[in-house]
Design a binder for this molecule. Structure first.
Ligand SMILES: Cc1cc2nc3c(=O)[nH]c(=O)nc-3n(C[C@H](O)[C@H](O)[C@H](O)COP(=O)(O)OP(=O)(O)OC[C@H]3O[C@@H](n4cnc5c(N)ncnc54)[C@H](O)[C@@H]3O)c2cc1C
Ligand SMILES: NC(=O)c1ccc[n+]([C@@H]2O[C@H](COP(=O)([O-])OP(=O)(O)OC[C@H]3O[C@@H](n4cnc5c(N)ncnc54)[C@H](O)[C@@H]3O)[C@@H](O)[C@H]2O)c1
Length: 454
């Protein structure tokens, strides 16, 4: 027997954006039902951004001690994973308990339904609870989808039969392994690989593309590869795993030319959007869709909005939150602003960080833009900090404005803010090059690169 009740809005999936939509609409006085089958807050606080950045913050501290010798004396350090594991459990995830987030939604006036949500008719969502109970909600104003992603496992023979790890396992570790093979050298693979290496784990990254962080500028990939080599991380690029085996000694990943062995295997080879069995056919959408492409108000069908990773606009928490704000504006009758993706910033928190915004040179050329590029290093501050960069800027020569940029360095993600502002506001390159740049900051390194674009 299914119970049925009415509300204004049902949010299926409470990732960062869905939680924000549900809370904001509830505070605005709408009757909202938020549905999640796992933890309210989604991947970011429990398995993604926050626990992995806690690992990275700890690794950065260990890495800094290596610079003491010859510059400031000497430092004896004994890495210990326990404080990292404790901090993730207590401060980040509350032992993977979302009660605080559930209370936040309920205190805002919302209703929380734990279970799997599915659209069963236009405007109707049926939730299957943990014990198999069925509850249906009819949403007068609309349904918001924020179902996010799950780790994807490539169809490599043998892999499914092994106890491989994903990001959801590594954030729960209480002790690091002696050695770790990482399948996939994208953002997740690179960030986690380098964090473990700082704790003395012998790490090998296996990447199918011809470089790490293949979506970034080649200059950024080269800088990260150089740092990995200096830290003793083995990187196998243009390498596809052909078979994975596991026995009492650990994992063996067979490649076309040899094999990688390690105690543990982390699969970080991409994500799968959670769109299966969501009932998309009931709202006129393809039930096999891999991505939902929303309009500028985040609408994907009559009375249905989609936000977050499932929209394919960038799998970032800040994107999910940005789109959540847009959807809230539309659902509450505000007059924009609507979604604009020209100046999306992203930061990979390796050491050095890779901060980038807008289009890469390749992406800009593929769009037929009259591209002008310039590159540089981190200048005086880089020399002081013993960092080199690079910085790369991409301009639309016809319009005289920046359309992309990459800053690599320990402050790469912070210097990025100037480029995001410039691209978002379409400030002419000639105006930017005439700005004041404090000496000797990292951001001052932008000045010669901007001048070279004029
Ligand atoms: C290891 C890792 C590190 C990352 N680091 C960063 C970072 O530093 N910065 C950054 O910006 N991004 C980072 N990301 C990406 C970031 O986590 C996501 O972009 C972010 O969580 C936004 O996702 P989302 O809002 O689409 O939904 P998600 O966070 O994926 O949440 C979706 C929610 O929907 C629920 N759900 C799914 N289907 C259903 C259903 N049918 N019924 C009910 N509930 C359902 C799930 O249980 C989940 O709680 C990282 C990701 C990973 C994996
Ligand atoms: N700092 C951040 O903002 C941050 C950090 C982590 C993740 N994220 C988000 O999460 C998303 C997913 O991250 P991800 O690293 O899992 O995915 P990804 O798609 O960025 O990288 C996966 C990598 O795995 C490689 N790969 C795929 N199959 C393979 C195989 N069989 N053998 C070897 N290599 C293989 C791909 O070539 C690719 O380089 C990212 O796109 C990013 O948007 C963001």
């Amino acid at each position: 027997m299914s119970e049925t009740s009415e509300c204004d809005v049902v949010v299926i999936g409470l990732g960062p954006g869905g939680e924000h939509v549900a809370g904001s609409l509830a505070k605005a006085g709408l009757s909202v039902v938020g549905v999640d089958e796992r933890l309210v807050g989604g991947e970011c606080p429990y398995f993604g951004c926050i626990p992995t950045k806690m690992m990275i913050a700890a690794a950065d501290k260990l890495r800094a001690t290596r610079l003491v010798e010859g510059r400031a004396g000497s430092a004896a350090v004994t890495p210990d994973w326990k404080p990292v594991a404790d901090r993730i459990r207590k401060e980040a995830t509350d032992d993977w308990n979302d009660q605080v987030a559930v209370d936040r939604l309920v205190d805002a006036g919302g209703v929380f339904a734990r279970g799997r949500g599915r659209i069963t008719a236009p405007g109707t969502v049926t939730v299957t609870g943990p014990e198999g109970s069925l509850t249906s909600y009819t949403a007068r104003r609309g349904i918001v989808l924020n179902t996010g992603t799950s780790p994807a496992a490539p169809p490599i023979p043998g892999l499914a039969d092994t106890p491989y790890w994903t990001n959801r396992d590594v954030v729960r570790l209480t002790e690091p392994p002696a050695s770790l093979a990482v399948l996939g050298g994208g953002a997740i693979g690179c960030e986690i690989a380098q964090a473990f290496a700082a704790f003395g784990v012998e790490v090998t990254v296996i990447e199918a593309a011809d470089r790490l962080l293949a979506v970034e500028e080649p200059e950024a990939s080269a800088a990260v590869a150089k740092a990995f080599a200096a830290e003793g991380i083995t990187v196998r690029t243009s390498a596809r795993a052909q078979r994975v085996e596991h026995d009492g000694d650990g994992f063996r990943i067979r490649l076309a030319d040899g094999a990688v062995t390690a105690e543990r295997l982390l699969v970080a080879a991409g994500r799968r959007n959670n769109l299966r069995d969501l009932g998309l056919e009931h709202i006129g959408l393809d039930p096999q869709a891999r991505v939902l492409d929303p309009d500028e108000r985040m609408r994907v069908a009559e009375g249905v909005w989609a936000i977050g990773d499932i929209t394919g606009k960038g799998a970032f928490t800040h994107m999910s939150m940005y789109q959540a704000d847009v959807a809230v504006r539309d659902l509450t009758g505000a007059d924009g602003p609507w979604a604009d993706y020209r100046a999306v910033g992203r930061v990979t928190f390796t050491s050095p960080e890779v901060g980038s915004v807008g289009l890469t040179e390749t992406a800009a050329r593929e769009r037929g833009i009259n591209v002008r590029t310039a590159t540089g290093d981190l200048g005086t501050r880089g020399w002081i900090a013993e960092e080199t960069g690079p910085i790369k800027l991409i301009a639309d020569a016809d319009r005289g404005v920046l359309i992309g940029g990459t800053v690599v360095g320990s402050a790469g993600g912070e210097v990025l803010a100037a480029l995001v502002t410039a691209i978002h506001a379409e400030v002419p390159v000639s105006t930017l090059a005439g700005m004041h740049f404090a000496y000797p900051t990292f951001h001052r390194a932008l000045q010669p690169v901007l001048r070279a674009l004029i």
